[in-house]
Ligand binder design. Structure first.
Ligand code: NAD
Length: 318
């Protein structure tokens, strides 16, 4: 990994991954790819090169890759689960037609490619407890359908053309720098904003609904460690289960309440989000990621809550 392009660098993951990769690979060697209307600002803009890179435009991707001599592409362009459900055709155009364009450019220019999948790639017929690495994937959302296709198409390019494609199935990601982009697990970020602002939190996900989650620093390690893993040790390539914790709204509320005793929460369940959440696993088995490339998250619910409250308080309250 010498010269890296991050497509979708201004999103929840991209804004932190680009910074992390610049520390790891050198500031000049990581290009922040963006689309019109979502240009990088602040540290992301000042910290290294940036280029317009729309996944629906193959010539544009090829030009950026050639100009910067890119060898590794992190393709983060996608519509998240709730947004995608309202715009299924656009979700397919960005997630799958876009991925095809990225993979073709990667094939021609010998780039490795990381395109995240998600716990959304599973559906109601998947075993929900300790969901295995290799299991039923029959999702009922367009987000899930596009994520299964992402895994399959990435595997196809790896087997047929030798493109070094690798990816994980991210659970809900919790972070304080950039707000989440419209996913089913966003509540686990929003709850911290309410707690820090001293407001009552209205939870759109029902009590008892467990989902896998991860704090962003661990997600960054997954992105970097998998791309640097010894290829000889990889049995799987795309769609590694990775997780750091699994909780329901009550558990995260009670964890925050330990630090904010006056914090309050009530439920107003959103049927679309709840339907999606109910179809997703309650907990993932990530033993393949641990065995094949040393996945080992650092933050559990307790450690993540302490760090989130600290960082978000500094961000919002100064
Ligand atoms: P996000 O919505 O915050 O960011 C998406 C980025 O893609 C934005 O910067 C947006 O400008 C860009 N984009 C949109 N259309 C584009 C196009 N045509 N060409 C290029 N870029 C385009 O999403 P995120 O949370 O950063 O997620 C990134 C990836 O990780 C997605 O594939 C998502 O499905 C996956 N993922 C995220 C989570 C999570 O909790 N955030 C969980 C599982 C998987």
């Amino acid at each position: 990994m010498k010269n890296v392009l991050v497509i979708g660098s201004t999103g929840q993951i991209g804004s932190e991954l680009t910074r992390e990769l610049r520390k790891h690979c050198g500031s000049d060697n990581v290009v922040a790819g963006y689309i019109k209307g979502c240009e990088p600002t602040g540290e992301l803009k000042e910290g290294g090169p940036a280029a317009e890179c729309d996944v629906t435009n193959p010539e544009m991707i090829a030009e950026v890759v050639k100009k910067h001599n890119i060898d590794t592409i992190y393709n983060l362009a996608a519509l998240l689960s709730v947004v995608a459900e309202n715009k299924p055709k656009l979700a397919w155009k960005i997630g799958i037609d876009g991925l095809w364009n990225v993979l073709e450019v990667a094939r021609e220019n010998k780039c490795a490619v990381f395109t995240p999948s998600s716990i959304g790639s599973f559906g109601t017929s998947t075993p929900h407890e300790m969901t295995p690495q290799d299991t039923v994937q029959r999702p009922g959302t367009i987000y899930g359908v596009s994520k299964v296709t992402t895994e399959l198409l990435s595997d196809y390019y790896q087997k047929k053309y030798g493109v070094d494609t690798r990816s994980v199935r991210f659970p809900g990601l919790i972070s304080y720098l950039t707000p989440p982009g419209g996913g089913t697990t966003d509540y686990a970020v929003d709850i911290f904003y309410s707690a820090v602002k001293g407001e009552k939190f209205v939870c759109p996900i029902a009590k008892g609904t467990r989902m896998d989650m991860m704090y962003m620093p661990d997600a960054m390690q997954a992105c970097i460690n998998l791309m640097e893993a010894d290829p000889e040790k990889l049995i799987h390539h795309n769609g590694f289960n990775v997780t750091a914790m699994s909780f329901d709204p009550e558990q995260i509320f009670n964890e925050i309440k330990k630090h904010k005793p006056n914090f309050e929460m009530e439920y107003d369940v959103d049927p679309l989000k709840q339907g999606i959440a109910d179809s997703w696993p309650d907990s993932l088995d990530d033993s393949c990621a641990r065995a094949e490339w040393g996945w080992n998250p650092k933050f559990d619910l307790n450690a993540m809550t302490v760090d989130m409250l600290d960082k978000l308080s500094k961000k919002l309250l100064g």
